[in-house]
Design a protein around this ligand. Structure first.
Ligand code: SF4
Ligand code: MG
Length: 330
């Protein structure tokens, strides 16, 4: 079936001032990113900070304007929506951020925050207060929470309130940008389980952005690994975690602390990641990962690798990605 969200060859650049008296630089934050997300599914996007994950989120929210490429939601480009089409888009896609402190008004009670959101709904709600109670119940909070303010809530409770607010307009897609990264491990697991239950119940799709691979392993159906503005590997969760093709993915997985490296039947050579990612104002020649890649050869310094697609549909942009499995190069 047609994907709910289809991003094709997205490029996003912006100017960053180099400080007083310095030239401003063009940051090439996203370079040719393509992916699809089906209704009811989760796509996880991983990568170090500065890899372009949050720029994708900001582009979908209309904050960053793409230089080129398309972002189709239900077949209509997000960047071209105006008026009622834009309003419909804002109901279809909701966001949850790392720190709900930034997005919840500290002076408003939880009940008023949710009431305000319920009133943005397309169809008039007959009993808005009843709807607020139903939303609280959906996210596992008792109705007494309606009278509290954000500072009276724990981090996990605040994140439940932002989930309730996102649900208030019946979205089909929720963009989660490091949504559980600030929570401690046990609370994080509770919120992730809640998101999974809601997905099952409501058929929600999630675009789940996180630097934390164990979170993505738990949440995602498909996983994309970003490096310096590009997707270097993408595939099903099991493919990416159990049979990673790209040296960068292997390096990220090698860095995960022991207890969360899940599949022990596959022995991967450990790839140690050294140094910092280069600046996105001036990406390296050839393969962007070559200055940090322990497997780099001469060809990597001069020639950008084409994305190779394996028989199962896993994509890896590396000259040496399992050639025997490759069925096509794009
Ligand atoms: Fe490493 Fe070369 Fe593959 Fe890039 S193309 S990931 S530098 S081996
Ligand atoms: Mg970020």
């Amino acid at each position: 079936s047609a994907p709910l969200l289809s991003v094709d060859d997205l490029h996003v650049t912006f100017r960053r001032s180099g400080g007083p008296g310095r030239r401003s630089n063009t940051v090439r934050a996203v370079r040719g990113v393509s992916f699809e997300l089906q209704a009811g599914q989760t796509l996880g996007i991983a990568g170090e900070s500065g890899s372009g994950k949050s720029t994708i989120a900001r582009s979908l929210m209309g904050i960053n304007k793409p230089a080129s490429g398309s972002m189709l939601l239900d077949g209509v480009d997000v960047a071209h929506r105006r008026g009622s089409s834009l309003a419909a888009y804002r109901r279809t896609m909701q966001m949850i951020f790392q720190d709900p402190y930034d997005s919840l008004d500290p002076r408003m009670t939880v009940g008023d925050t949710l009431l305000e959101a319920v009133r943005l709904r397309k169809d008039r709600v007959a009993d808005p207060r009843g709807e607020v109670r139903a939303l609280l119940e959906k996210v596992g909070l008792s109705r007494s929470f309606a009278d509290r303010r954000p500072r009276e809530l724990s981090g996990g409770q605040r994140q439940r309130v932002s989930i309730a607010r996102a649900l208030s307009v019946d979205p089909r897609l929720i963009l989660c940008d490091e949504a559980v990264s600030a929570l401690d491990v046990s609370v994080r697991a509770q919120v992730l389980n809640l998101l999974k239950d809601l997905q099952e119940e409501l058929g929600l799709a999630y675009l789940f952005i996180s630097h934390d691979l164990s979170t993505l392993r738990f949440m995602a159906d498909q996983v994309a690994i970003m490096y310096l503005g590009e997707i270097v590997e993408m595939g099903s969760r099991d493919e990416v975690f159990e049979r990673p093709q790209h040296p960068y993915t292997r390096a990220l997985l090698s860095a995960v602390p022991e207890p969360v490296v899940i599949d022990r039947t596959v022995r991967l050579p450990r790839v140690r990641l050294t140094g910092e990612p280069p600046s996105p104002t001036n990406p390296p020649s050839g393969c962007s990962f070559h200055p940090r890649c322990p497997l780099a050869q001469d060809v990597c310094r001069t020639t950008a690798p084409a994305a190779r697609v394996t028989a199962s549909g896993q994509i890896a942009a590396c000259h040496f990605a399992e050639p025997e499995e490759v069925v096509a190069a794009s």
